[in-house]
Write a protein that binds this ligand. Structure first.
Ligand code: CUV
Ligand code: SF4
Length: 641
C-alpha cells in the first residue's frame, strides 16, 4: 500500500484534518486516502486512451514509441478531441438535466400539481417579459406556466436557437457562435448529436470535435446555468445578502443533524421546510432541535436563499459522517461519492438517496417527486429523527471551528447595492472603478475541491493573489466553500485586499449601511455561474463592448468535475480566459492543446483568435494567478485603460 499523505498535506482546513485523523484512527476509508493509493494512468491523464468501441481500448504511445493510431485509424488528435468532447457532453448533460427538472417543477407548480409557490413574482414577470410573453391581464400562475413551457422548448424544439440563448446571450458573442454554426437548437438534440458524433466511425476532425465542445459549453451555460438560475429564483426567491457559518463546526452535538447534499434545490428546500415544521418531534427524542447543514452545491443553494450553514465541500463530504453526529445525509444528483455509504456503515448515519436514477447500494431510498415533495421530505426528516438515539457516544467528535461568511450576492443584489451609490445608473460606480484602475479586473473563482489535491490551497491562493492585486473576486461552487472557510467572505479578509480594492469594497458597503462588502462575493452554486455571466453581459452592454474585450477572467484551481470543463468552455466561448489547476486531460494532442491554450500568433485555429479567450492550464496557483493578471492587463491595454 502506498504511503498516505500527512494530515497537513491533505487540507488546510483544520476541522477536515481533525476528522481525517479520526477516520484513519477508526479504520475508515476516505477519498483522500484512496487518492494516495490510486496510481495515475499516464495514458488516460493525457487523453490518449480511447474506449469508444469494442475493437479497443486503443491507446497511443507517447513520443512516437509504439502504435500511433487506433485500430480504426484514429490518430492521437482525433482521440484526444473526442475524449474532451465526451467530458464536455457529460458536464452539459448534468446541468441540462438540472434545468429540465426545475422547468418541470415550475410547470407542475403553475398547474397546481406540485406543492411549490412562486416566491419571486418580480423575477417571474421580468423573465416572462424578456421571453416576450404577453403578460397583460394574466395571473402569475398562467405566466409561470408559459415560462415553464418556453423552458421546456429548449429540450424539444427542432429549429432555430435555444430560447435561453436568445434571452441571455450577448449579441456579439451570439454573432460569433452563429457564424461558426455552434449555437445550440435544443439541449437534448445537441447532447444526443454530441454522443453520436463521438462514436467510432463518426467525427474524426479535431477542430470540428472541439467546436462540438463549444456547443456543449453553450448547452451547459444556457439550458443548464441560466435556465436553472432563472427558474429557481422564480420558485425559491432571488438571493439577498445573508450571513451564515461555514466549516465542520456547524454540526451540533445536541441537535439532530441532517446533511443535504447534491444540487437541485427542489428536494433540499422541502427538507429545510419540514425540518422547521417537525422541530417538536425532535424534542420528543431528546434533541434540542433539527440542524440542517449543507454539502457541495446544495449547501450553496440553501446558504444563498435560506442562510443555512455549510459543513463541507466535495472532497471532504465523507468526513461529515465521521463526526459521529450526523443522523442522515440526504442526496439527489451529482458529486455524491458512492463512498459515503461505506463510511456511514461505520456510524449510525443513514444515507438517503432520492432519485430513481441515482441510487447507492446499501443506502436507504426515499423517492422524491415534486408532486409528493411534502410526503417525501417528512419521511426523510422523520427517518433522521428516529436515528438520534442510535449515536455511539464514543465516536462523537465535532471540530470546534466555524467561520462567519456573508453570501447571497445575486446579480440583482449586487445591482441593488450599487444603486445606493448611483440610483440612476447603478453599474456606473463599478465601471468607473474598473476604468480608473481602482479595480484592475474581475475574476470568478469557481469549481470544486479534488481529493487528489491539498484541499482549499489552490482556491485560496489564487484568490489572495488576485485580491492583493486589486482584482474584484466573485465565487461559486465548492471554490466558494474554500474561500469562505478561510475568511475571505467576512471583513477579516479585507486584510488580503489591495488598498484600492479595499476602498471600493468599503465605499459600496458603507452606502448599504455595512462596514464593507466582503472581499469575495459569493454568487452561489455551479449553476449560478449564470450570475457572473449576467453581470458581464450587463457591463458589456452598458459600455457597448463585446464581453471578450473586458478585463475579466475565470479560475478553477481545484476541479474534479467534467461539469467544470463545460462551464469553463461556456466562458471561453464568450472570450473570457479560464485557468484550470488540474489537468484537463488533453496534453496528449499538440493540436487540441494548441486550439484550447494557444494564442493569437499560434498557427491554425485557436480559441483566443476565434473567441478572444483561452484555456490556461497551470498547477501552481501563484503562477496561475500571475498568468490571469497578465491577461487582465493586456485586455486593459487594448482598451486603453
Ligand atoms: Ni456543482 S461540481 S464539486 S458540487 S463545485 Fe463542488 Fe458544485 Fe464541483 Fe461538484
Ligand atoms: Fe480504438 Fe478506434 Fe475503437 Fe477508439 S474508436 S477504441 S481508437 S478502434
Amino acid at each position: 500500500m502506498s504511503k498516505l499523505r500527512d494530515i497537513q498535506d491533505v487540507s488546510i482546513d483544520q476541522g477536515v484534518q481533525e476528522l481525517l485523523e479520526k477516520a484513519r484512527r477508526e479504520g475508515v476509508d476516505t477519498a483522500f486516502d484512496r487518492a494516495d493509493q490510486m496510481s495515475t494512468c499516464g495514458f488516460g491523464s493525457t487523453g490518449v486512451c480511447c474506449r469508444h468501441c469494442l475493437e479497443g481500448p486503443c491507446r497511443i504511445a507517447p513520443n512516437g514509441k509504439g502504435p500511433q493510431r487506433g485500430i480504426c485509424g484514429a490518430d492521437v488528435h482525433t482521440i484526444v478531441a473526442r475524449n474532451f468532447l465526451s467530458h464536455l457532453t457529460e458536464g452539459a448533460a448534468g446541468h441540462a438535466e438540472h434545468g429540465r427538472e426545475v422547468a418541470l417543477t415550475l410547470l407542475e407548480a403553475a398547474e397546481g400539481t406540485a406543492p411549490y409557490e412562486i416566491k419571486d413574482q418580480g423575477k417571474l414577470l421580468k423573465v416572462a417579459q424578456d421571453l416576450k410573453i404577453d403578460i397583460t391581464n394574466k395571473e402569475p400562475k398562467e405566466i409561470a406556466k408559459e415560462v415553464a413551457l418556453k423552458a421546456l422548448e429548449d429540450f424539444s424544439k427542432q429549429k432555430g436557437i435555444m430560447n435561453w440563448v436568445e434571452l441571455r446571450a450577448h449579441k456579439d458573442s451570439l454573432a460569433t457562435w452563429n457564424e461558426l454554426g455552434v449555437t445550440p437548437v435544443n439541449a437534448h438534440l445537441e447532447i444526443s448529436k454530441s454522443v453520436a458524433r463521438s462514436a467510432m466511425g463518426c467525427d474524426a476532425d479535431p477542430l470540428n470535435l472541439v467546436l462540438g465542445g463549444i456547443t456543449m459549453g453553450l448547452v451547459d451555460g444556457y439550458a443548464g446555468l441560466h435556465l436553472s438560475t432563472d427558474l429557481q429564483d422564480i420558485l425559491f426567491g432571488t438571493p439577498k445578502a445573508v450571513k451564515a457559518q461555514y466549516a465542520m463546526g456547524v454540526l451540533k452535538e445536541d441537535m439532530i443533524n441532517i446533511a443535504v447534499h447534491g444540487h437541485v434545490p427542489m428536494l433540499s428546500e422541502k427538507v429545510v421546510e419540514w425540518a422547521r415544521k417537525l422541530n417538536s418531534e425532535a424534542k420528543e427524542v431528546g434533541a434540542k432541535g433539527i440542524n440542517i447543514v449543507g454539502v457541495c452545491c446544495t449547501g450553496n443553494e440553501l446558504l444563498m436563499r435560506q442562510g443555512v450553514s455549510v459543513a463541507s465541500s466535495f472532497s471532504s463530504q465523507e468526513l461529515v459522517i465521521v463526526s459521529g453526529v450526523l443522523e442522515a445525509m440526504v442526496v439527489d444528483i451529482q458529486c455524491v461519492m458512492p463512498g459515503i455509504q461505506a463510511v456511514a456503515e461505520c456510524y449510525h448515519t443513514d444515507i438517503i438517496t432520492t432519485l430513481p436514477y441515482v441510487k447507492i447500494p446499501g443506502a436507504s431510498h426515499i423517492e422524491f417527486h415534486p408532486e409528493d415533495a411534502d410526503e417525501a421530505a417528512q419521511a426523510i426528516v422523520r427517518k433522521a429523527i428516529g436515528n438520534f438515539t442510535k449515536r455511539d457516544p464514543a465516536k462523537i467528535a465535532i471540530p470546534q471551528e466555524t467561520v462567519e461568511a456573508y453570501a447571497g450576492f445575486s446579480t440583482e443584489q449586487v445591482v441593488e447595492a450599487l444603486a445606493l451609490i448611483n440610483q440612476e445608473d447603478p453599474l456606473q460606480p463599478l465601471i468607473e472603478a474598473i476604468t480608473s484602475g481602482k479595480i484592475r479586473g474581475v475574476a470568478a473563482i469557481v469549481g470544486c475541491t479534488n481529493p487528489k489535491e491539498k484541499q482549499d490551497i489552490g482556491n485560496v491562493t489564487v484568490a489572495k493573489e488576485l485580491l492583493k492585486n486589486n482584482v474584484l473576486v466573485v465565487a461559486t461552487g465548492c471554490a466558494a466553500h474554500s474561500l469562505a472557510k478561510h475568511n475571505l467572505m467576512n471583513p477579516q479578509g479585507l486584510a488580503y485586499c489591495g488598498e484600492e480594492l479595499r476602498q471600493v469594497l468599503e465605499g459600496i458597503g458603507q452606502a448599504a449601511g455595512l462596514p464593507s462588502l466582503p472581499p469575495v462575493l459569493h454568487m452561489g452554486s455551479c449553476v449560478d455561474n449564470s450570475r457572473p455571466a449576467d453581470l458581464l453581459t450587463a457591463i458589456a452592454n452598458k459600455l457597448g463592448l463585446p464581453i471578450r474585450s473586458l478585463p475579466v477572467v475565470g479560475s478553477c484551481p481545484e476541479t474534479h468535475s467534467p461539469k467544470a470543463l463545460s462551464i469553463g468552455t461556456f466562458f471561453i466561448a464568450h472570450g473570457v480566459d479560464v485557468h484550470v489547476g488540474v489537468s484537463p486531460q488533453v496534453s496528449g494532442s499538440s493540436v487540441v492543446t494548441e486550439m484550447l491554450c494557444g494564442d493569437k500568433v499560434s498557427e491554425g485555429v485557436t480559441a483566443e483568435k476565434v473567441f478572444g479567450g483561452k484555456l490556461i492550464y497551470e498547477t501552481d496557483p501563484v503562477k496561475g494567478a500571475q498568468l490571469l493578471l497578465e491577461r487582465i492587463d493586456s485586455k486593459r491595454a487594448a482598451l486603453g485603460i
